[in-house]
Design a protein around this ligand. Structure first.
Ligand SMILES: Cc1ncc(COP(=O)(O)O)c(C=O)c1O
Length: 422
């Protein structure tokens, strides 16, 4: 196995790739000399769809030429702006259209969902999350527990893996729910774990939670646009996500929520309200009573930031043309190719992401000594990936814009960097 042979293989795979043309729809970051960087960081911030510039400019132009009249007369009127996202988000999350809404940002949405779904009562007060959860999720959960007058040390269960070092199995989650379920009010789990890249079987986790009579929500930050979450089928009660990673909607872009239809409708309304969630035909009568709009749209609080939401329209259009099922098929090949190259050419690197394709998305997490130093050397060699304390490099080839050759170039440079730092 040589680098030369595998480069030919990478180029052959790129030539055969029916999705290769989508790369042209994105801006490619480059260095100070204009040389394109090897960008494998879509798990952190996705690349900019070229059409995003046009869409944002159109909104600025409409604002400039129409002022307040743009609420109704912009080419995409601002009052029903959230409707632009419904079909695309439903498709990517496997939800029914009335179950999804683009609004706020991820942590804000998580708090809103916890306000609606976390009701500690009697013995059932605890929340189950994974050990090593993304800090913002843990902060949100711990602060909600405290807000209810509870001590997180006693009421937060953080499940660590026992059989495998870096991956919690669904069996372990089921076991915990069987054992402690009567004390658990709510389960919050990631679709894909941010540090390890492990993807979970959401339907299995949701049914285990429901068997134990717990509510269950998912954080899809690393899953949406990457894996196929099938939320409606999973039966999850709620989910939240951001759209700046695999959804390519730009830094700080609008987030999103899924609320299962069993929780929708005024009869079961238990969420915090704001005027943008008001039924639209009577919203501007400015009456004091709140009448929720149908579906997840009724959970909106404020009028959305059109400028931060516009790029998502460009991105969802690309997803709808490329189709998630084809992207996932290419993603399995791309990430499999990365794994193959690392196993054969960089055996010192330990891949901590599960090897089973169903248990991962685009990302591979690599345990390397001195990860930060390796990351810096890779950066100097024109590679954009990232690292997380203490020793994990995260690398994600994204099927919309990465080529097999990018994966090859990354692997070659990693081997060089490791060789020179050994
Ligand atoms: C898993 C996960 N949860 C929560 C967040 C926080 O997102 P936000 O800053 O959009 O609230 C992130 C951000 O990267 C994340 O990866």
């Amino acid at each position: 196995m040589s680098f030369t042979a595998t480069l030919e293989c990478a180029r052959g795979l790129d030539e055969a790739d029916v999705l290769a043309g989508f790369r042209e729809r994105f801006e490619m970051p480059h260095d100070a000399h204009g040389t394109p960087l090897i960008y494998l960081c879509g798990h952190s911030l996705g690349l900019m769809p070229r059409a995003a510039r046009t869409l944002v400019t159109q909104e600025l132009d409409d604002w400039g030429s129409l002022g307040v009249l743009g609420h109704e007369s912009a080419r995409r009127p601002w009052i029903p702006y959230h409707e632009n996202f419904v079909a695309g988000l439903a498709e990517l999350t496997g939800a029914r259209a009335h179950e999804v809404v683009a609004m706020n940002s991820l942590t804000v949405n998580l708090h809103l969902m916890l306000a609606a779904f976390y009701h500690p009562r009697g013995k059932r007060r605890k929340i189950l999350i994974e050990a090593g959860a993304f800090p913002s999720d843990r902060h949100a959960i711990a602060s909600q527990l405290e807000w209810h007058g509870l001590d997180p040390h006693r009421t937060l269960i953080e499940l660590a893996p026992t059989a495998r070092e870096d991956a919690v199995s669904e069996e372990e989650i089921e076991g915990t729910l069987q054992q402690l379920g009567a004390e658990i009010a709510l389960v919050l789990w990631p679709g894909v774990q941010y540090r390890t890249g492990q993807a979970f079987d959401l339907a299995r986790i949701a049914s285990a939670a429901h068997r134990a009579r717990c509510l269950v929500g998912f954080d899809l930050a690393h899953s949406i646009g990457n894996t196929q979450p099938a939320l409606a089928l999973s039966g999850a009660d709620f989910a939240v996500w951001c759209s700046y990673k695999y959804l390519n909607a730009g830094p700080g872009a609008i987030g999103g929520c899924f609320i299962h239809e069993r929780h929708l409708g005024t009869a079961s309304r238990s969420h915090l309200a704001g005027w943008w969630g008001h039924e639209p035909t009577t919203r501007f009568l400015m009456r004091p009573e709140f009448h929720a709009a149908a579906g997840a749209a009724g959970w909106q609080l404020s009028n959305p930031s059109v400028l931060s939401a516009a790029p998502l329209i460009a991105s969802l259009e690309i997803f709808s043309e490329a189709r998630l099922v084809r992207l996932r098929a290419k993603s399995l090949q791309l990430t499999g190719f990365l794994e193959f190259l690392l196993e054969h050419l960089a055996p010192a690197v330990r891949i901590i992401t599960p090897a089973e394709p169903a248990e991962r998305g685009c990302q591979l997490s690599l345990r390397v000594d001195g990860a930060r130093h390796v990351f810096e050397r890779l950066g100097a060699a024109g590679v954009v990936c990232d690292w997380r304390e203490p020793d994990t490099l995260r690398v994600a080839p994204v099927p919309l814009y990465n080529r097999f050759e990018d994966v090859w170039r990354f692997s070659e440079r990693l081997v060089q960097v490791l060789g020179s730092t050994a």
